[in-house]
Write a protein of this length. Structure first.
Length: 95
């Protein structure tokens, strides 16, 4: 089954569609997730230290199972046959 977001209006360059949420993982923690459960992992640079990478687990189903709000933007990152065409910006606090 393929899942993703569909636009019902024109999206202009620079429009903010939403917030990609999920637990921040180390590269080693992300590598430990079985491949059949790793569809919504997003690799990013850590705020304040661009040399350090982290992985955000944005799986919408996993978030619902844990009782938190669903991460609808997780579907924006899921593309089965090519890379997602999006630009991400981190305006959060350094962790």
């Amino acid at each position: 089954m393929h899942r993703g977001l569909v636009a019902h209006r024109r999206i202009k360059k620079g429009d903010i569609l939403g917030e990609y949420r999920g637990p921040a993982l180390t590269l080693a923690e992300a590598d430990a997730i079985p491949k059949d459960q790793a569809h919504y992992l997003l690799t990013a640079q850590r705020v304040g230290n661009p040399r350090e990478q982290l992985v955000i687990d944005g799986d919408p189903d996993r978030a619902c199972a844990e009782g938190t709000r669903p991460n609808v933007m997780g579907f924006a990152n899921f593309v089965a046959h090519r890379h997602a065409n999006a630009q991400f910006s981190d305006e959060g606090q350094s962790s």
